[in-house]
Design a protein around this ligand. Structure first.
Ligand code: AMP
Ligand code: GLY
Length: 425
């Protein structure tokens, strides 16, 4: 079998790494790639949003399956286009991807199918949004979201009405997020702890992955600017057996029923971001793909061949496959370029790879490239170092031993990944 992976970050390195363990795959291709991916896959110089060229490539090279990593090609309709051309592809249709690509679409979907979520109101007209805020209590918190995709930056947590008005102005009038902010959503601010539950689904059956927790802020103890994610761990103890049972028995079936009723073809990964408020799960967001860096902790625990999962998902036979997970813990620490998520400099040589043994950690590349035979930095998030062990504490100790061995100028990483678990002993 020949497989094409679309995307070129740490998530896609993890996907390529897992697929490369399958005896059923002869060759893996990956778009653009990076220094890590290119050791496992042949890189293809086609951007992940150039759908026509990707389909032409898949047809010409007789690719058996294409696996889509990022949200943008999904939101652009890569799956619908490949299907028209009779090419097999893993990911939701364009309409399914709207669960991520439009916050108002996803909120309306949740309301219609009685999926617990924060109260909300959405607006396309600034005056109406302002009228809504004029009635909002002056000192009450509120969350303001740009409707469309904004690379994780379109959410503003506002302490009061004034901040909310400012955020709405920025989005709707100043176009701070371009067309993504033409529409906005106001949301009730939920206080609690977050957990991400991802699942594979073919639209009928689903398999829940080990629950993970991301660390979105750049600074330790979750302070400072939002990033794409600075580290993650799984399993997250906040997702108790009872909570997961509730999610599996009550929430996911409602989501799948909604997708079926709306005639949405969804064959891929559904990422559900929850806020747990007083032991009850509320859906904060849907993503229509694997998370980054959650993938870098989830896939190291997957025992089943990812090729089989991909093929059964695409072919609608996921219910026939038994999926097994290692009953262990995994932690990933992202090593970033100093200055990220604001300005950073690329091109620094990275050393220390050979000092990390495969049984100690897996090093997933995100923003790296090969220059004159050397691996150099080429992005804000540079590497994600993942380790697996028996529990979170021993995994944290293990992963940082490897992280410390990787060196490049001005590197930065958080030293407190999994702090919420560790603080509770
Ligand atoms: P989203 O892209 O919708 O998941 O939002 C990004 C982040 O903003 C989430 O992971 C939360 O940390 C925070 N957030 C979003 N919506 C809410 C909400 N209604 N209440 C509290 N925090 C929120
Ligand atoms: N780590 C969050 C995301 O992938 O959206």
């Amino acid at each position: 079998m020949k497989v094409l992976v679309v995307g070129n970050g740490g998530r896609e390195h993890a996907i390529v790494w897992k697929l490369s363990q399958s005896s059923k795959i002869q060759k893996i291709y990956c778009t653009i790639g990076n220094s890590g991916i290119e050791k496992l896959a042949e890189t293809v110089k086609i951007k992940s949003d150039d759908i026509n060229s990707l389909a032409a490539f898949a047809a010409k090279e007789n690719i058996d399956y294409t696996f889509v990593g990022p949200e943008v090609p999904l939101a652009l309709g890569i799956v619908d286009y490949f299907k028209e051309k009779n090419l097999k592809i893993f990911g939701p249709s364009k309409k399914g991807a709207m669960l991520e690509a439009s916050k108002s679409f996803s909120k309306n979907f949740m309301k219609k199918y009685e999926i617990p979520t924060a109260e909300y109101a959405s607006f396309e007209d600034f005056k109406q949004a302002k009228d809504f805020l004029d009635k909002w209590p002056e000192d009450k918190k509120i969350v303001v979201k740009a409707d469309g995709l904004a690379a994780g930056k379109g959410v503003v947590m506002c302490q009061n009405r004034k901040e909310a008005l400012n955020a709405a102005e920025q989005m709707m009038l100043s176009k701070a997020f371009g067309d993504s902010g033409t529409k906005i959503v106001f949301e009730e601010w939920l206080e609690g702890e977050e957990v991400s539950v991802l699942l594979f689904t073919d639209g009928k059956f689903f398999e829940i992955m080990p629950p993970a927790q991301d660390h979105k802020r750049i600074g330790e103890k979750d302070t400072g600017l939002n990033t794409g994610g600075m580290g993650a761990y799984t399993p997250a103890p906040i997702a108790t057996e009872k909570l997961l049972k509730d999610i599996k028995e009550n929430i996911v079936p409602k989501i799948l029923e909604g997708l079926q009723k709306e005639k949405i073809d969804y064959k891929g990964v559904l990422y559900i971001g929850f806020m747990i408020v007083k032991d009850r799960p509320y859906v904060l967001e849907f993503n229509c793909r694997f998370g980054d860096p959650e993938t870098q902790v989830i896939l190291p625990l997957l025992k089943t061949d990812l090729f089989d999962i991909m093929a059964n998902t695409v072919n609608g036979t996921l219910g026939d496959l038994k999926i097994d997970w290692l009953k262990k813990s995994a932690v990933t620490v992202v090593i970033a370029s100093g200055g990220y998520p604001e300005k950073h400099v690329n091109g620094y040589e990275i050393s220390g790879f050979n000092d990390v043994k495969p049984e100690e950690a897996i090093i997933f590349h995100a923003g790296t490239k090969t220059e004159n035979g050397k691996t150099v930095t080429a992005g804000g998030r540079v590497l994600a170092v993942s380790a697996v062990s028996d529990d979170i504490k021993s995994t944290v100790d293990k992963v940082y031993k490897s992280v410390e061995k990787i060196k490049f100028e001005n590197s930065y990483y958080r030293r407190d990944i999994a702090w919420r678990v560790l603080k509770n002993g």
